[in-house]
Design a protein around this ligand. Structure first.
Ligand SMILES: Cc1ncc(COP(=O)(O)O)c(C=O)c1O
Length: 485
């Protein structure tokens, strides 16, 4: 090692000595692994690592590295932190580990596939698992959403859906349809397409000059005056969908390709659609010949007590974007569901032997990711997880536990649907978002993982959660709220 490297390594180690208990206690991991039939993973060489090289995503890097929070193992409903504490997972990782952590059939499927065939090129070649995985997903998809295009993430799935919408219109001779309608406060990942149709100002500002040119936005549906402390879908606000009529008049229907919304806006703080709102959007899209795209990256795979929000809320889109829980967050994979006739229009428009859609990724349908998808979907089916939130009345227990926090300090609103919920706090007058961060941090110290966006705390636990664990999550949040000024 050269001198500079030694110096960098030393200074990294010194920073860590100040900042964190970095050496991991492995006794818990070993205990967890003994429950598994799988071999125990190699222990990470965390003691030697510096934190400087990694530029962390959506993270306040400098602040994080002063006081890091590290997770080193996970099993069932719990993470293990680097200082040896058990942390109840109240967020399914990042809305993705719906079957809980370290599930043996998924682990085994990935291990076996890695040994059998690590990679196969997806262009002009295929492998059996990707076809099987597409069939399995197609079988649980609603209506005619039976064609599946694989990507590696939610962001890629969103951009794929937008491109398929354009390809469809062009294939039927309406190539002038190039306008996309998104919604304020919508989150559709971080690709240029996704941030353009997305409506979170902080995610757009820095990249303003490079956003897609023909995009407009519906107003968001969140209104505390009319919807405060709603349990399930708010009664007020269906009329907000009529704003689409105004945008259609402005841009002319003949120029609009698609409308894209999250059925429940997740990242903006769990904004539940008013009763009848999505139905109204659907009928306006039908009236004007616009495609309706649901971004189900969060709501897909059981979050609302049905495979997809489309089924839970009774509205069918033309294209459905998914990722995350498709394989329990185990190997990156996104899946875009497309209406059969729409896909056929694109496929049939191309000359014989020509590539119909010039789009795809090196890792589309990756063998490990599709093996994990098949194992996950079998597990969801075997354990009835996609319906569990509703079937066992778990969603109601969750609702009651959450709304019982109403009297805690600084609570401005509580809302929920299925197994997703949020507690919105009054922001501090001098520092918006800080109270949310402190509550998140305190919950973590107390042994529960919650998520925060600004001053809204979001919860989305794995679908295997038990009632007592829901109570524990709510109790931890209650204590953190009481202790935060
Ligand atoms: C609704 C929605 N769409 C898209 C994305 C982007 O997914 P990814 O981070 O996998 O690119 C997310 C991520 O949270 C999401 O919530």
């Amino acid at each position: 090692m050269d001198e500079g490297a030694v110096r960098r390594r030393k200074s990294g180690a010194a920073a860590m000595d100040n900042a964190m208990p970095y050496i991991v206690s492995h006794s818990w991991e070993i205990a967890m692994n003994q429950r598994d039939t799988t071999p125990s993973p190699a222990e990470p060489d965390t003691a030697a690592a510096s934190m400087q090289a990694l530029w962390m995503p959506f993270t306040a890097n400098r602040a994080f590295k002063q006081a890091p929070r590290l997770l080193v193992a996970a099993h069932g409903m719990h993470y293990r932190s680097s200082d040896g504490r058990e942390v109840l997972d109240g967020t399914s990782g990042l809305w993705c580990v719906n079957a809980g952590h370290g599930r043996e059939p998924i682990v085994r499927a990935i291990q076996q596939q890695a040994a059998r065939m690590d990679y196969a090129p997806p262009f002009q070649l295929g492998h059996p698992l990707e076809f099987e995985a597409a069939e399995a997903l197609s079988a649980i998809a609603p209506g005619r959403l039976k064609r599946v295009f694989f990507t590696n993430s939610g962001s890629e799935s969103v951009d794929t859906a937008l491109k398929i919408a354009l390809a469809y219109h062009r294939a039927r001779g309406q190539g002038q349809r190039s306008v996309f309608i998104g919604r304020e406060r919508g989150y559709h990942g971080v690709g240029f397409g996704g941030i353009s149709v997305g409506g979170i100002p902080g995610n757009r500002k820095m990249f303003h000059g490079a956003l897609l040119p023909h995009v407009d936005h519906l107003p968001h549906t969140h209104d505390l005056e009319h919807q405060g402390f709603s349990r399930g879908q708010p009664e007020w606000g269906a009329h907000l969908a009529d704003e689409l009529e105004r945008l259609v008049q402005l841009h002319d229907a003949s120029n609009i390709a698609a409308v894209i919304v999250e059925p429940v806006a997740g990242s903006a703080g769990v904004l539940v659609p008013p009763r009848g709102y999505l139905q109204r959007l659907r009928s306006l899209c039908d009236r004007h010949g616009l495609l309706l795209v649901f971004d189900e990256v969060i709501t897909g795979y059981g979050r609302l007590g049905a495979p997809f929000a489309a089924q839970a809320l009774g509205v069918l889109p033309d294209i459905m974007v998914t990722a995350k829980a498709v394989n329990n967050g185990s190997v990156p994979l996104g899946a875009v569901f497309v209406r059969e006739d729409l896909a056929d229009t694109v496929l049939d428009a191309a000359a014989d032997g020509a590539i119909e859609l010039p789009h795809g990724y090196t890792y589309s349908g990756h063998p490990l990711a599709t093996a994990a998808t098949l194992a996950t979907q079998r597990l969801y089916a075997d354990e009835g997880l996609l319906e569990r939130a509703r079937r066992d009345g778990l969603d109601l227990h969750f609702e009651q536990a959450l709304h019982a926090l109403r009297d805690c300090p600084n609570v401005r609103d509580i809302r929920n649907l299925g197994l997703m919920g949020a507690v919105e706090l009054h922001p501090r007058s001098d520092a918006a978002g800080q109270r949310g961060h402190e509550v998140f941090q305190r919950c973590f110290e107390l042994g529960a993982l919650v998520r925060y966006t600004g001053d809204t705390i979001a919860l989305s636990p794995p679908l295997i959660i038990e009632r007592a664990q829901i109570d524990r999550l709510a109790d931890t949040l209650r204590q953190a709220l009481r202790e935060t000024r």
